[in-house]
Ligand binder design. Structure first.
Ligand code: FAD
Ligand code: NAD
Length: 466
């Protein structure tokens, strides 16, 4: 048998790479991780999930402060600058790095700081960040967990000071008065909430005819309403023709003939898998046009000992799923039972927050499933009234005949948290998944979770009235 330097070598220290590394190391494998950045945590900690969620948290605090009864009485009027809020938000990144670095140290995982590329299916050359040296290592199994980056079309000048993507927006050193956000996917909608919350005038340009069309229609409609209510100008079914930037501003020429001018533009239209620097030709792997790699249900690529997890395999491109994919892959490698990551809840940190799990009304209608809807408006919960966070709704979709919960859709305060109650019940086997759970269980009061009881009562009352 060949004597490799490592049993498992992982390229990338984001959630996918880290969880694969930890699970392999805990099982006694000799594990190494190669990370192109000087610090671990991946784009998740440095550019994506963590900084954007931290920014959003700060903005939410500012809004609460400005709109809270007590503070409003003081009559103070002030504006927070984006750089000031960003600096505060970014304080979480070093904490994340410290936490995650410790995981590698404690689990004796060798960390290489440098860029990895394949020499052959078992051999990696690492261009070390320190000393511009190259080191060559071998491994029995190699995991590609290199994540993704913002897609940058060639006709847009991303070097211009007024043109940002979701990475470079974290370096913007001023507060624009007017921002165009091009691309109304999850990232675009979240940043539209952040900037409108800071009082920036936002135009959100969507190439499709509704926002986040994978959501339940009612929730997507609610998001459109509330973004508009917060001052965002949402423009559907628009595509750019060209984008011009000058010292005075940036202009987006739309294919519809419209012309929008603002102080800056944030490009949020799609991401590409980080595969172009891996020298994949050396092992005969070819990514798709978005830079993503195809894998089978064991996260194995077309090269038997080379696997891929996280954003680089495409859907669902979430930190939450990436952690689980890494762990599932380690189980595959260790020959243990594993569960492919297939059902993932949605948690979208717009203002208001959105979360869902299971089927939408549209999907159930198309599949001809007889279902009923139970709703609870947060303004009708004691907790919503006390906290003042009374915008929002919990919606339960359940089978008319069996009571099986088929979908949970929520927007408003703590939506991404409370959806997990429904998710836990939906994952119970057999009759354990039933709307009656919420009628026969005593919840703490006053809580947002009480919304489940109220929604279940609403839904079952509709059926009982028939
Ligand atoms: C703005 C934004 C907000 C987001 N918000 C959320 C959210 O709220 N919830 C959620 O679940 N997900 C969210 N996501 C998605 C989430 O960040 C990603 O799904 C997650 O980071 C993917 O993890 P990963 O391990 O695949 O890779 P990444 O986190 O992308 O990390 C990959 C790492 O590989 C390294 N690397 C790349 N190539 C090489 C190489 N050749 N050699 C060595 N190292 C290399 C990179 O430097 C990077 O550190 C968000 C993403 C963005 C952009
Ligand atoms: N809270 C969260 O969970 C969260 C937050 C931010 C990002 N993310 C992850 O990051 C990923 C990237 O987010 P994003 O907002 O850049 O991408 P996205 O896939 O949501 O879409 C971005 C924009 O590109 C458009 N688009 C995408 N594919 C298209 C196609 N085939 N044809 C035409 N237009 C298309 C969309 O309509 C949208 O306007 C998401 O898939 C998401 O999983 C998650």
């Amino acid at each position: 048998m060949t004597n490799f330097t490592y049993d498992v070598l992982i390229i990338g220290s984001g959630p996918a790479g880290e969880s694969a590394a930890m699970a392999s190391a805990k099982a006694g494998k000799r594990v190494a991780v190669v990370e192109g950045r000087a610090l671990v945590g991946g784009n998740c900690a440095h550019k994506g999930t963590i900084p954007s969620k931290s920014l959003r948290h700060m903005v939410k605090q500012i809004i609460q402060f400005k709109t809270g009864n007590l503070f409003r009485e003081t009559g103070e009027s002030w504006r927070m600058t984006y750089p000031r809020v960003l600096a505060s938000a970014n304080a979480v990144i070093p904490k994340q790095v410290e936490l995650h670095t410790d995981f590698y140290v404690r689990n004796r995982v060798k960390l290489y700081s440098g860029f990895a590329r394949f020499l052959d299916a078992n051999t990696i050359a690492i261009n070390l960040l320190e000393g511009s040296r190259e080191e060559v290592v071998t491994a029995d199994k190699i995991i590609i967990a290199t994540g993704s980056r913002p897609y940058r079309p060639a006709d847009i000048d991303f070097d211009h000071a007024r043109i940002y993507d979701s990475d470079t927006i974290l370096e913007m050193a001023h507060t624009p008065r007017h921002l165009i956000i091009y691309g109304a996917g999850v990232i675009g909608c979240e940043y539209a909430s952040i900037f409108s919350g800071l009082g920036v005038k936002v135009d959100l340009i969507n190439s499709r005819d509704r926002l986040l069309s994978f959501l339940d229609d009612e929730i997507s409609d609610a998001l459109s309403y509330h973004l508009r209510d917060n001052g965002v100008r949402v423009r559907h079914s628009e595509m750019y023709d060209k984008i011009e930037a000058s010292d005075r501003g940036v202009t987006v020429y739309l294919k519809s003939g419209k012309r929008l001018t603002a102080d800056a533009i944030l490009w949020c239209n799609g991401r590409s898998g980080n595969t172009d620097q891996l020298n994949l030709e050396a092992i005969g792997l070819e990514p798709d046009h978005r830079g993503n790699l195809a894998v089978n249900d064991q996260y194995q690529t077309d090269v038997a000992n080379v696997y891929a997890v996280g954003d680089v395999v495409g859907w669902p491109s979430l930190a939450s799923a990436s952690f689980d994919q890494g762990r599932a892959l380690a189980a595959v490698i260790l020959g243990k039972p594993y569960k492919e990551v297939a059902s993932v809840p949605t948690g979208i940190y717009t203002l208001p927050e959105i979360s869902s799990v299971g089927k939408t009304e549209r999907e159930l209608t198309e599949a001809k499933v007889p279902y009923e809807v139970g709703r609870c408006l947060f303004k009708n919960t004691a907790r919503g009234q006390i906290s003042g966070e009374d915008v929002g709704m919990l919606k339960l979709l359940f089978h008319v005949d069996t009571g099986e919960i088929l979908g949970v859709h929520c927007f408003g305060a703590e939506a991404a948290e409370i959806v997990h109650i429904g998710q836990a019940i939906m994952s119970q086997p057999g009759e354990g998944n039933n709307i009656n759970f919420f009628l026969n269980t005593t919840f703490n009061y006053p809580t947002m979770a009480e919304a489940y009881r109220l929604a279940a009562l609403d839904g079952t009352n509709r059926i009982n009235r028939r």
